[in-house]
Design a protein around this ligand. Structure first.
Ligand code: PLP
Length: 428
């Protein structure tokens, strides 16, 4: 029984472990874009686990690869040659766009970002990091220390010195009145000013579209403009693609490509969708940066054969079925449909996004005042209608997040949009 499980959950797990819904759901199985709970209710999954089910739940190709690999060997450690790891690294290195790329596998996005920080600080001999306001990079000692979302950042006493850069805020802060080009110019001016009185930082880390921050996106080209300033000073750019990678944004395979004028990032981190639910994270960097560490090192569970087999099967499926193109087409329809609803519901301040990464901002009707309670009510109402969606984290809980598996079809998009419409209208 869910109630009993909830009591046991509360008795043994941390209070801060996020749990959705007043009456939390126990999910028992999934197929395609649907999941089922312990009571047999079926839900359309518009959050894809947590952007982890990239292609589809129980995708036969991934299940087959995992079970065949499990029958051979699950894990032998990276102390031995590991064929699926080499093959997946080759594919990701080539897709990353980073020249002479090396790939290191971890088990999560947090650990990937920790590794990126380790590389950047060692390479640049500096422990100062630039990060974006409103950002989220993970829950470890160092990644919380560079997280700009004030829901987390006060917790960490990380020895990294972090300076927060403007351009990542949901409301555009003091530059709300500016058009895109002027907004970028103002943010660049801030960055130059900040660097004028700062010890040389190691890197700037940024999510091309902020995930936990509510799927907020800076104008295209912001990071290309930042890059010019950084490059002149030898400062590295780390793109955190944990949520934006693998074609989710539709137009591009990586989020950084919307800012691609000045080439790929120096370091790219990934996780979430590549394993379709299996724990794969990782870092890509050109060899000069990756190989600046001189000690022998491993991640015990990074690159295990079983996760790599899942990643390869999942990536093959994604590319063979052009799920990036599907994300662009179906995501475009969904955004259009939701914007039409937004025009009729004054509490919906904005529908934003790209591909199948769509944010819905809920405010007090007709104002800019965030309304997390109303957003929570929409989440509950959508669940009643048989639809699971996500919300932003930390201080962004007035943002709702829509990120279904990238194989979503038009009929499912229509069905989900209709449920969301009812849910949004219910808070009027
Ligand atoms: N970076 C970004 C952009 C994320 O959204 C997250 C998780 O939501 C992380 C890093 C941390 O990843 P993980 O939860 O796999 O440690």
């Amino acid at each position: 029984m869910t109630d009993d499980l909830l009591g046991r959950h509360r008795a043994v797990l941390p209070d801060w472990l996020a749990l959705y819904y007043e009456d939390p759901i126990e999910i028992t199985h999934g197929e395609g874009r649907h999941v089922w709970d312990a009571q047999g209710n079926r839900y359309l999954d518009f959050f894809g686990g947590i952007l982890t089910t990239m292609t589809a739940h129980a995708l036969p190709e991934v299940t087959k690869a995992v079970s065949e690999q499990a029958g051979r060997i699950i894990h032998s450690s990276t102390l031995y040659l590991n064929r699926p790891m080499v093959e997946l690294a080759e594919r990701i290195a080539q897709l990353s766009g980073i020249p002479d790329a090396r790939v290191f596998f971890t088990t999560s996005g947090t650990e990937a970002n920790d590794t990126a920080l380790l590389l950047a600080t060692a390479y640049r001999r500096s422990n100062t990091i630039l990060a974006m306001r409103n950002s989220y990079h993970g829950r470890s000692f160092s990644s919380v220390g560079i997280t700009g979302n004030r829901g987390w950042s006060p917790t960490s006493l990380s020895p990294l010195q972090t300076l927060y850069v403007h351009g990542g805020v949901r409301t555009r802060g003091p530059y709300a009145h500016l058009g895109d080009a002027d907004f970028i110019a103002a943010c660049v001016e801030d960055l130059v000013d900040l660097l004028g009185h700062t010890r040389a930082p190691a890197a700037l880390i940024a999510e091309p579209i902020q995930g936990v921050g509510g799927f907020t996106s800076p104008p295209d080209g912001l990071y290309a403009a930042f890059r010019e300033v950084l490059r002149e000073r030898g400062i590295l750019w780390i793109a955190d693609e944990v949520q934006t990678g693998w074609g989710r944004t539709g137009e591009h395979f990586w989020g950084w490509q919307a800012h691609g004028r000045n080439g790929p990032p120096d370091i790219l981190t990934f996780a979430k969708g590549i394993g379709n639910g299996m724990s794969i994270g990782g870092v890509v960097a050109r060899s000069e940066i990756m190989n600046c560490l001189d000690s022998n090192s491993i991640s015990t569970f990074g690159g295990t054969q079983i996760t790599m087999a899942a990643g390869l099967a999942n990536l093959n499926y994604l590319l063979e079925h052009d799920l990036q193109g599907n994300s662009r087409r179906v995501g475009g329809l969904l955004i259009e449909r939701l914007r039409a609803v937004a025009a009729q519901v004054p509490a919906v301040r904005e529908v934003r996004g790209r591909g199948l990464m769509i944010g819905i901002e809920i405010t007090e009707p007709g104002t800019d005042t965030a309304d997390p309670k109303a957003a929570a009510a929409v989440l509950e109402a959508a669940r009643e209608g048989g639809l699971l969606i996500g919300k932003g984290g930390g201080h962004n809980t007035s943002s709702l997040r829509v990120a279904p598996p990238l194989s979503l079809n038009v009929a499912e998009a229509e069905e989900g949009a209709a449920i969301l419409e009812t849910a949004l209208r219910s808070i009027q």
